[in-house]
Design a binder for this molecule. Structure first.
Ligand code: IPM
Ligand code: MG
Length: 363
């Protein structure tokens, strides 16, 4: 019998629907080649969900995700909703779904394609060969810690958040990082601020303890300020970087400039039971509706879904290979365009990738 995978599709706002449609086209191609069936069911999230239901993550959407094999998400947010109170913003929908599905490990691979090396702001000799993976803790830390809020103290208004990690939360994400490193270049860099923060001192202690179970993997510790610097000085020396929620948020955007465009970066957010896949870039309201967005980040995210949720490693590698080939053939969306290359729109890029997938599959 043909295998059926149920995918919850949350297109969201801005360019979200455009790039998700591109990824679905690629999944349909994979479905034909490998004889598996993907069943797509759509749900609302973000600004569009606020407009239609008053809630950035309606119960119906959450229910849909809980009953799916994987979630594919576009992007949330935009200027229309920026002035809403903190707990009513589209971004809340994202934080809520991460927590509800317990997606504690956020995987953000950063690979510099040789064909795009000149789009990088760094010198080619510094950036060449960069192939790293940020493993960011995603459901705890300062994003969720209590107490929090804006309040009055001695006649002044103050704002407060709490950075808190418990041992088990540090351990599970660290294990994930080591397991993944084992299948890569066997190096883990743990990033913290253990010279100042108590929460980081505990982080480091737990990482050192977990590392004992992985003697074949090299472990390095960096303070987050130094890590920010080393990422620019020697990006190609990193393999897996494991860190907490806010450091991972910041470092993954920094790492995102290495390949020249955020439009290239996919992500997977995984827990023990559920998984969600989305591009690292946001809703890009400035170019929404123009059909010029780079679909590669979302297509690569669908590729990560094949690998991590459906054990289809070969299909996932095929997608990556086809993207590499498409870039080598000179096709570029506006964000990565340079003189002498061929400018295509979202559909054009998707079409070329689909063609290359079909061609490479027949080899
Ligand atoms: C990200 C984003 C989100 C985050 C926002 C949109 C809530 O920046 O996924 O990195 O801070 O986690
Ligand atoms: Mg971010």
């Amino acid at each position: 019998m043909e295998k059926v995978f149920k995918i919850a599709v949350l297109k969201g706002d801005g360019i979200g629907p455009e790039v998700v449609d591109a990824a679905l086209e690629v999944l349909n191609t994979i479905s034909q080649i490998y004889g598996v069936k993907f069943e797509y069911r759509e749900g609302l999230i973000g600004g569009i969900a606020i407009d239609e239901t008053g809630d950035p993550l309606p119960d119906e959407t959450l229910e849909l995700c809980l009953n799916s094999d994987a979630v594919l998400l576009g992007a949330v947010g935009g200027p229309t909703w920026d002035n809403l109170p903190q707990d009513k913003k589209p971004e809340r929908g994202l934080l809520k779904i991460r927590k509800a599905l317990n997606l504690y490990a956020n995987l953000r691979p950063v690979k510099v394609f040789d064909a795009l090396i000149d789009s990088s702001p760094l010198k080619p000799e510094v950036v060449r060969g960069t192939d790293l993976l940020v493993v960011r803790e995603l459901v705890s830390g300062i994003y969720y810690g209590e107490p929090r809020g804006i309040y009055e103290e001695n006649g002044k208004r103050c704002g407060k958040n709490t950075m808190k990690y418990c041992e088990d939360e540090i351990e599970r994400v660290t294990r994930k990082a080591f397991e993944i490193a084992r299948k890569r270049r066997k190096k883990v860099t743990s990033v913290d601020k253990a010279n100042v923060l108590d929460v980081s001192a505990l982080w480091r202690e737990v990482v050192n303890r977990v590392a004992k179970d992985y003697p074949d993997v090299e472990l390095e510790h960096l303070y987050v300020d130094n890590a920010a610097m080393q990422l620019i000085r020697r990006p190609s020396t990193f393999d897996v970087i494991v860190t907490g929620n806010i450091f991972g948020d910041i470092l993954s955007d920094e790492a995102g400039v290495l390949p020249g465009s955020l439009g290239m970066l996919p992500s997977a957010s995984i827990g023990d039971k559920y998984a969600l896949y989305e591009p690292v870039h946001g809703s890009a309201p400035d170019i929404a509706g123009q059909a010029i967005a780079n679909p590669i980040a979302t297509i690569l995210s669908a590729g990560m879904m094949l690998k991590y949720s459906f054990n289809m490693d070969e299909a996932s590698a095929l997608i990556e290979k086809a993207i590499k080939e498409t870039l080598n053939q000179g096709y570029r969306t506006a964000d990565i365009y340079s003189e002498g290359t061929i400018k295509v729109d979202t559909k054009g890029m998707t079409q070329k990738i689909v063609e290359n997938i079909k061609r490479l599959a027949n080899k």
